[in-house]
Design a protein. Structure first.
Length: 272
């Protein structure tokens, strides 16, 4: 018996990286998964985004973990598309919704034309995800948990002097505000809302030629670049580390935890 048997989780940005890790972790505990991803490029993002094959591989891994998975190609900037994905997913898996992980995000850090895209995806996309999901959660009446993926850049003034990087920090800070507001609004319905704040995570968002080159350039600058080092002697975290933290927040182990911005950062924010 899994601790999440019979539950349904809605995860955005599920095709790879942290989103895939969340899906596999929850599936291993018994939850069925509605896995959503854009599966298309965004012009201002200079590294490859996930594609349809990535999302299908997530579904395969969920099935291997013993759970069901419904996939959808949907843009978090489009609330109607999210609502349709959620409606179709719950129709296929069962009339309930217990867990939401608003994980989809981009990091076009060096993009001078990326401000609007990073705000639209990383902040408005999270808002759209919560708005699309909270009414079904309330209607089904089972309570539940919502986890918003922020960043250490949502807790400290971490940004390089480029529009994409500044927009990333602004969006990730904004997620904290959304989390605190929704934690209060949804508490009467027994729905908990928290945010997780990873340091650098070893995913395709970081592990690509463009982002590695950008980080190397920052490291070589004497001024103007952020300090990306952690307190603990690790360069990056694994996606499973973030999934483990979210798992605590969505299970009964964290049943009285709400309104919390949880760093999973190897001590990064504590250094600042």
């Amino acid at each position: 018996m899994g601790v999440l048997d019979g539950q349904i989780a809605f995860i955005t940005g599920a095709a790879r990286g942290q989103g895939r890790a969340h899906a596999v972790k929850l599936a291993g505990a018994g939850a069925d998964i509605i896995a959503v991803d854009l599966c298309a490029p965004i012009d201002s993002v200079p590294y490859p985004l996930a594609d349809a094959a990535d999302l299908e591989h997530t579904a395969e891994l969920v099935a291997q973990a013993g759970a069901r998975c419904v996939t959808a190609h949907a843009d978090v900037r489009d609330r109607a598309a999210l609502t349709a994905a959620l409606r179709d997913g719950t129709a296929a898996l069962g009339d309930r919704l217990d867990i939401v992980i608003a994980n989809a995000g981009i990091a076009p850090m060096a993009g001078e034309d990326a401000w609007q895209d990073v705000i639209d995806v990383n902040l408005t996309g999270v808002y759209n995800t919560v708005e699309a999901a909270m009414r079904p959660m309330i209607k089904y009446g089972n309570g539940g948990s919502i986890v918003l993926t922020s960043s250490v850049a949502g807790l400290v003034g971490l940004a390089a002097p480029m529009a994409g990087s500044i927009g990333y920090a602004a969006a990730k800070h904004g997620i904290v505000g959304l989390m605190r507001v929704y934690a209060n609004l949804l508490a009467p319905h027994r729905i908990r809302v928290n945010s997780v704040h990873p340091a650098g995570v070893n995913t395709p968002m970081i592990d690509n030629d463009f982002t590695r080159s950008w980080l190397d350039g920052l490291a070589q600058q004497s001024q103007g670049g952020p300090d990306m080092s952690n307190a603990l002697p690790v360069q990056t975290l694994d996606p499973e580390d973030i999934a483990n933290a979210a798992f605590y927040l969505v299970t009964d182990t964290g049943r009285y935890v709400t309104g919390v911005a949880l760093p999973v950062d190897a001590g990064y924010t504590n250094k600042r």
